[in-house]
Design a protein around this ligand. Structure first.
Ligand code: PAF
Length: 283
């Protein structure tokens, strides 16, 4: 019978709890989340359990990665259900600081990265986003000092940005990407899927379908431009407004001209109604 994870909310309590978890040099994996946990998060936790003796999950809805016009206030918060899910997965510790603990009065430090963070994808449409993510993830890494940290591939640019930051700053954390978990019809699991109306939900699998079709054509040797234009047409035809639908180098996220310069990754962001979805696949 799994026991309830320890829940800590202050940095001194976290330090004490981690000292206990590290007894006999046990390895620690961190799964950073903003809560509203779904099966995708559970798959991150399961990968963490395979990679380390102890698993810490952080739940913190990070205000600095939301623009004032975005959904920080309405972001789904499902604390009780989240704790129950993590207890069922036998997680050791939940790190659940509040905003004042993470960003005390006078907080004045920001981690800003270049490389994949300025690739012209998410950063073009959410210019505030990666500065908020790197600052909070940098703090989570220094607070928890995990051996490894698990991030979903669904947020592929974020995965690349955080990997770069951990390497550049010698944080001693191995960043591990975990495969995207999808609904049966191909829609990538996301905490924001709850915003979709039934009609929008029916349209949403078009993102995966368009990426798959484009990947197939690229593998068959078709030219980039018509392939990507075809994908955009499919997605807009289903009622989405496309922010980007692009093929990039899978490691650097730099634009590339030909499949010879791969490995390739197709990345998409598109809006339907009030909901903005992102997704990606390898080619
Ligand atoms: O992917 C997320 O849920 C967030 O961006 C993260 C990594 C927990 C940072 O707030």
């Amino acid at each position: 019978m799994p026991k309830s994870p320890l829940i800590v909310r202050t940095v001194p309590a976290l330090r004490r709890a981690l000292d206990g978890l590290r007894a006999r040099k046990a390895s620690i994996a961190l799964v950073p989340t903003m809560g509203a946990l779904h099966d995708g998060h559970v798959s991150l936790v399961r990968l963490a359990k395979r990679r380390a003796r102890r698993v810490v999950v952080s739940i913190f809805v990070n205000p600095t990665q939301f623009a004032p016009s975005e959904d920080f206030g309405s972001y789904p918060r499902t604390w009780k259900a989240d704790v129950a899910r993590l207890a069922a997965e036998d997680v050791d510790l939940i790190w659940n600081p509040d905003v004042k603990t993470m960003y005390p009065d006078g907080f004045a430090t920001r981690i800003l990265t270049e490389g994949p963070a300025i690739a012209g994808l998410e950063d073009r449409f959410r210019p505030h986003f990666f500065g908020g993510v790197t600052t909070v993830v940098g703090k989570l890494f220094t607070q928890v000092r995990p051996d490894s940290a698990i991030f979903g591939e669904k947020d592929f640019q974020q995965l690349r940005v955080v990997t770069r930051m951990a390497d550049d700053l010698d944080l001693g954390v191995r960043v591990i990407g975990s495969r995207t978990v999808r609904e049966r019809d191909g829609l990538a699991m996301s905490s924001r899927n709850v915003y979709l109306s039934p009609e929008e939900r029916r349209a949403a699998p078009v993102l995966f379908a368009a990426m798959k079709e484009s990947a197939r054509r690229l593998r068959a040797g078709d030219q980039f431009e018509p392939v990507m234009a075809g994908g955009i047409e499919l997605i807009t035809g289903a009622g989405f407004t496309v922010d980007y639908f692009e093929v990039r180098h899978a490691e650097t996220l730099a634009p590339i001209a030909s499949a010879m310069d791969g490995p390739l990754r197709i990345l998409v962001a598109a809006k339907i109604g009030k909901t903005r979805l992102i997704d990606n696949i390898g080619v």
